[in-house]
Ligand binder design. Sequence first.
Ligand code: RIB
Length: 301
Amino acid sequence: MKKAVVIGSLNLDYSISVARMPQPGETVAAESLTLNPGGKGANQAYALGRLGCKTAMIGAVGRDAAGERLLANLESAGVDCSGILRRDVPTGQAFIPVDQKGENAIIIVHGANETLSPADVEAHRALIEAADCVVMQLEIPLPTVLAAAKLAKSRGRTVILDPAPAPGELPEELLRLCDFIKPNETELSLLTGMPAGSRAECEAAAKTLLQKGVGTVLVSLGSRGALAVTPHGSVLMPPPKVKAVDSTSAGDTFTAAFVSRWDGGLEPALRYANAAAAIAVSRRGAQASIPSAAEVEDFIQ
Ligand code: RIB
């Protein structure tokens, strides 16, 4: 798709390298601490911009240095930040230990993200009307996501929801508005209350979302690639092999890359999204790890 608007979160990430994750009650020493631009919404907007999609973002940051830094990074990727509001609440933050296998855990402090309201979306309806698609996640209030999805569908725009962090079940009213939903296996299981380990389990769980009105379910499976489930069947796309260093933002990169290449053909868009996510996994940080379109093309070749 050529023009996207992302409605979602912006966080300053505190990425903490650890030899291994602490157990409950245990103290471990970090090997390093890096502050990186992040937030699922901002990561997707940044990735869309880097991958050549004309992109705007609607979101909220605080009137602080972190907010300025996040806006500057989005602007460096060509993202229109006119829909990002400044609030008298600190910018969102995320605390992310990453172990030697590249696995992470994330604790978010919502901050300004929590203030983004349906009225803010309405105030920026022109950005939605100007886009082909609306891309959202769940680090902003659910009523805001629902209002944006309704507005987008009433204008015939494509709605893509990355249901992370997964809250358990989502309202059917929202699911009916989603052309695409992109959970990982854990999120798929939380959304449906069904197991999502094997391909067959993922397909069965995804079908329950299709029955509730979702157009296509894209399940990101990490080192096993991605599974697309549609009313007409499913496609499993294995990923390229890379050494995983940090999986932060790999899912965001996958979603954005899929959207940037979606023109009706599932397999090329999945292949491209897997390649972009594989590059992101092989580098440290959230937005710092996201490749440009040229890098993805080179990698695929
Ligand atoms: O998806 C990764 C992102 O989740 C991080 O950048 C962090 O900010 C949290 O929002």
